[in-house]
Design a protein around this ligand. Structure first.
Ligand SMILES: *[C@@H]1O[C@H](CO)[C@@H](O)[C@H](O)[C@H]1NC(C)=O
Ligand SMILES: *[C@@H]1O[C@H](CO)[C@@H](O)[C@H](O)[C@H]1NC(C)=O
Ligand SMILES: *[C@@H]1O[C@H](CO)[C@@H](O)[C@H](O)[C@H]1NC(C)=O
Ligand SMILES: *[C@@H]1O[C@H](CO)[C@@H](O)[C@H](O)[C@H]1NC(C)=O
Length: 960
């Protein structure tokens, strides 16, 4: 209370210097502690001493209800206090500053397992905000804070463990659980699953290097005195070596057997009288093999309902015939080797509405004409059809990752029912006898099947624990009396918020966007996996680096990727080498340069989307080590023979020089590292790596340019694309020729011939180099090979992006649910909507325009950033006219650029909110309009740009 009064007084004093404004009540909104948003997290836990705070400035309105433009923050005040005694541990005082994001805590040292309150207020050039306050708490900072043991059993499949606690009659002030269970755990108290939507927790890591724990606030669960039963269910998860080795052969370094599942739990209870106690895992806990007899991420689960023991985690449970004392097992972490036991800062995997929060401002539902399920329908899929093909076959209408819950099972005790899964069905040409049956071949070496044995009570319900499948079709064998309405399926993925929304006037582009969203979610399972159905689901770095930009436009996955970066760093050897997959299960180390580039690419885009420089700082050293490792390889070979493994993966035609393909990310990484060094003011590295880049750029041209055909290497598309995409490689006088040669090749061939690496560069390149029409034509193609072919092939229409241009159920292992081709999604936001977030410094809004205006007539896009929602809506009214509405969040400004609508054309007139603000030759100066300034016309491209301050604007531009 004292704190509050003093802060209020402080502000009254500040404000008295300022003009009185109307009494609009504003508050910091969408506050974040670290990158955790308080809107969708009721319990915020952090594990570092210097958290940072961010907030959005609320919109302010004038007397007519119009949103006020040019709202800027001029100062803020942050105070942090301990909840228990209100002691102020940090008071920033009033800070005159426009900064409203990632402000570092500078107070007293934070304590382990302690609850804090942060109070934030700000002042804008118009108003002063109210205080906003929110609680957060800390994890266990030191290993010494843990007093429990890891428990489990070496001698039996002990996957249900329990104990009983006796709570004192004093009311509790707080009860906090810290738990890690590997492979996976679920926590129960008195028979109730704590946190109902959480599944497959904790996240997969290289356990000896880093094992994650999580924390629950149990204050409201343990709020009555007396006996309470605590139970933990364990699953094998990725802690079982079968998952690492199956069908692939164990990687040499990883042929280790981790051993059985294990759990460590500690519940810290503080009573209101100040006394406290801890309940910890030890050998007094009892365990048994529960009704889930077998569980495997790949192979599925076997559950025997005859073995259910009702309320086994309740205090009054008494049938201990099959239970035995748990044993102490070693910690999975190798602390001698520098391993860490750390808080899982990313959100857990969830199912249902809690898995995906909608942060965009629109409504639920799918766009007309787009096939597949709507993302915004709560993560629950119901079958769209049921038929009899070798059993009861259900079509969920959407390829996804997760599982199903089957209700109303009524059959005799010991009835065995099996569930199988497939993404595709056989076509007649491939399998005449089993035409329309499920296609299993792309599951490769695993038999994906969930088995349940009924106990014969009525209306049994089955939901397989500790596994997930990639599928669209589910087949039930052994039980035909099933109603469609008794099947519901869950789309499981790392929890996130939908922060992007992109729709266009073109159906093909809309379907690609749909497929991008579902491929991304299907492959966001605590790490970015490659696919969800076969014996893989590994953290392939190549895929992760290629889709991260598109992913960050659509989803708030900041902590998810930070977790991945940390694991990349964990895996780095002292000589800087990183691996193709993280955790390192298959592939090689050092990674193929196009795979290793994920390290720098992910760090770069995280900064680009959030403006959080701490991310670059935190991984800078590791990134430099990786680049130095590449340099060592380079010094042995030169670019001409630079090492490579996968090339431009999954191309239409494998062409060109493989060393050019792997030199490309090497150069780009060096270039980005120079950019990072600039951000951190590392003059030593700017110079060193800047000079290196220039040498490499010269060498690239020298060794790969082919004068006889005036193209790179063999003149195939990927060769020219990759060369053109690197700054300063193609000499300026040659640039137009090479671009033209690429465009000619694309037109003559009729399609793009490359794979995942060059397609990422293709679309932005064409749009930047004056071939935006061609880019749009390629993006809208539906014949083979193209994105559109994936859902226009007369065999099976894709609802997720494919692994290859020709993934069809013709045999083979190819997956129809990959995200490595998702890179085109970043081009949708950056070039079609024209949104360049630019680290939230000055946003650029520059939608590219086609000369054939029918190619694309309308775009609606929104991106919810840390500073607020950016919106772009444009519509081509005619060849010569465009309407463009933009929303720029408060405390940020933007450059809005109008692209030429007609070849060689000139902008003639600009209108803003029905007022002419500029006419060529007549009103040559920009009309003085609130929020708009600095008109420039680019001499060669004709692009007209204006600078705008925060606010809502509707423009019309006329061209001739
Ligand atoms: C832990 O790491 C050290 C150092 O790398 C190694 O010698 C030791 O064998 C490891 N311990 C286990 C249990 O793997
Ligand atoms: C996405 O944008 C479309 C078109 O503006 C709109 O109809 C829809 O409600 C939006 N959806 C979400 C979830 O924001
Ligand atoms: C029988 O199985 C169901 C699940 O289908 C379970 O909910 C129930 O508790 C079991 N009943 C007994 C008596 O084991
Ligand atoms: C690509 O390869 C196919 C055969 O696999 C061939 O028919 C086609 O002409 C090739 N295209 C190009 C552009 O080389």
């Amino acid at each position: 209370m004292l704190l509050f009064i003093s802060l209020v007084l402080f502000f009254v004093k500040i404000n008295s210097e300022n003009v009185e404004y109307s009494k609009t009540s504003i508050q910091p909104i969408h506050v974040r502690i670290q990158h955790i948003d308080v809107d969708t997290h009721s319990d915020i836990v952090i594990d570092i001493q210097t958290p940072h705070f961010s907030w959005e400035l609320a919109d302010e309105y004038d007397d007519y209800g119009q949103r006020i433009r040019n709202i800027e923050q001029i100062g803020y005040h942050i105070a942090v206090s301990a909840v228990i005694d209100n002691e102020i541990i940090w008071d920033s005082g009033y800070v005159r500053s426009s900064i409203s994001t990632h402000i570092l805590y500078e107070g007293k040292q934070l304590k382990s397992d302690t609850r804090y309150k942060v109070n934030i207020k700000y002042e804008t050039n118009k108003h002063e905000s109210e205080w906003y306050s929110v609680d957060f708490r800390t994890g266990l900072f030191s290993l010494d804070d843990w007093s429990g043991e890891w428990i489990g059993s070496q001698s039996m499949n002990m996957n249900q463990l329990r104990t009983v606690i006796n709570l004192k009659s004093n009311p509790i002030r707080s009860a906090t659980a810290f738990i890690s269970g590997i492979g996976y755990y679920q926590l129960y108290i008195e028979g109730e699953l704590i946190d109902q939507s959480r599944r497959l927790d904790v996240g997969w890591t290289t356990y000896q290097q880093r094992t994650l724990y999580t924390s629950y606030d149990l204050t409201n669960v343990l709020n009555t005195s007396g006996l309470k039963g605590i139970g933990v269910m364990l699953g094998q998860g990725w802690y079982n070596k079968q998952q690492w080795a199956i069908g692939q052969g164990p990687h040499v370094e990883l042929s280790l057997n981790y051993g059985p599942p294990r759990v460590i739990l500690q519940i810290n209870i503080i009573y209101t009288d100040g006394t406290n106690e801890s309940i910890v895992t030890n050998t007094n806990w009892l365990g048994r093999e529960g009704e889930h007899r077998f569980d495997s991420i790949y192979m599925g689960t076997t559950v025997d309902f005859r073995a259910v023991q009702l309320c086994w985690s309740c205090a009054n449970f008494s049938d201990f015939r099959l239970w035995m004392n748990a044993s102490i097992l070693p910690s999975p972490v190798n602390f001698t080797a520098g391993g860490q036991f750390s808080l899982q800062i990313m959100d857990p995997i969830r199912i249902g509405p809690d898995a995906l929060h909608i942060a965009t401002s629109g409504q639920l539902g799918n766009i007309d004409g787009v096939e597949g399920a709507s993302l915004t329908d709560g993560g629950i899929l119901k079958p769209i059809s049921q038929e009899y093909v070798n059993g009861q076959l259900f079509d969920l209408g959407q390829n996804f990752a997760g599982w199903c819950r089957i209700a109303s099972l009524n059959a005799a005790k010991s009835t065995i029912i099996q569930l199988r899964y497939g993404e595709l069905r056989y076509s007649r040409s491939v399998n005449e006898m089993n035409y329309h049956g499920l296609f299993y071949e792309n599951l490769c070496s695993i038999a994906v099947m969930d088995t349940v044995i009924l106990n014969g009570t009525e209306n049994e319900i089955f939901e397989p624990p500790f596994t997930y499948h990639g599928f669209r079709y589910m087949l039930i064998n052994g039980y035909d009396h099933i109603n469609r309405s008794d099947v519901e399926c869950y789309n499981a993925h790392s929890q996130t918020r939908l922060i992007g929304n992109f729709t266009s006037s073109n159906q093909v582009i809309n379907q690609i966007q749909h497929n991008i969203l579902w491929s991304q979610l299907s492959n966001s399972m605590s790490i970015p996996t490659d696919c969800a159905q076969r014996n893989e689901r590994r953290g392939w770095m190549g895929d992760a680096g290629l889709s991260v930009d598109a992913s960050l436009f659509n989803f708030d996955y900041i902590n998810f990727y930070i977790n991945f970066l940390t694991m990349i760093e964990d895996n780095q050897t002292p000589d800087g080498a990183i691996s193709d997959t993280v955790p390192f299960t298959v592939g090689s180390r050092p990674a193929d340069p196009n795979w290793g580039t994920a390290y720098i690419t992910i760090a770069w885009y995280l900064y680009e989307h959030t403006g959080d420089i701490n991310i670059i700082k935190n991984y800078y050293q590791g990134i430099q080590l990786w680049i130095d490792c590449l340099i060592q390889h380079y010094e042995q070979t030169g670019l001409a023979r630079f090492y490579h493994t996968y090339g431009d993966w999954n191309p239409v035609n494998r062409t060109g020089n493989q060393s050019l393909i792997s030199s490309y990310p090497f150069l780009r990484d060096v270039y980005r590292f120079v950019n990072m060094s600039e951000l951190l003011n590392r003059t030593d590295n700017i110079e060193k790596y800047g000079q290196l880049y220039q040498r490499l750029a010269d060498e690239f041209h020298r060794v790969f340019y082919n004068e006889s055909i005036r193209s790179y290497v063999d003149g195939s598309q990927p060769m020219n694309i990759l060369a053109l995409d690197l700054p300063d490689v193609v000499p300026t006088p040659l640039r137009t020729t090479i671009v033209q040669s690429l465009a000619d090749n694309l037109i003559k061939t009729g399609y793009f011939t490359g794979g995942i690496i060059s397609v990422n560069a293709l679309f932005p390149l064409l749009s930047n180099e004056g071939h935006h029409d061609l880019a749009l034509q390629l993006a809208q193609k539906t014949s083979y090979p193209s994105y559109g072919y994936m859902f226009n092939n007369n065999v099976q229409n894709a609802t997720t992006n494919w692994e290859g241009w020709d993934t069809l159920p013709q045999g083979g292992a190819s997956s129809p649910n990959h995200h490595m081709f998702n890179s085109i999604g970043a081009w949708f936001y950056r070039y079609l909507a024209g949104i360049h977030l630019n680290a939230l410094q000055t946003i650029i809004i520059h939608p590219k325009m086609s000369y054939d205006y029918q190619l694309l007539t309308e775009i609606n896009a929104e991106v919810v950033t840390t500073k607020g929602s950016v919106k772009v809506h444009w519509k081509r009214i005619s060849q010569n006219q465009i309407d463009l509405s933009v929303r720029i969040p408060n405390n940020i400004n933007a450059i809005v650029s109008f692209d030429r609508l007609v070849e060689q054309g000139k902008c003639m007139k600009l209108i803003c909110n029905n007022e002419i603000i500029w006419i060529r030759e007549k009103l040559n100066l920009l009309k003085n309009t609130l929020g708009i300034s600095h008109l420039t016309e680019h001499q060669s491209t004709g692009t007209m740009s204006i600078r705008i301050e925060s606010g809502d604007y509707t423009f019309t531009a006329y061209w001739q």
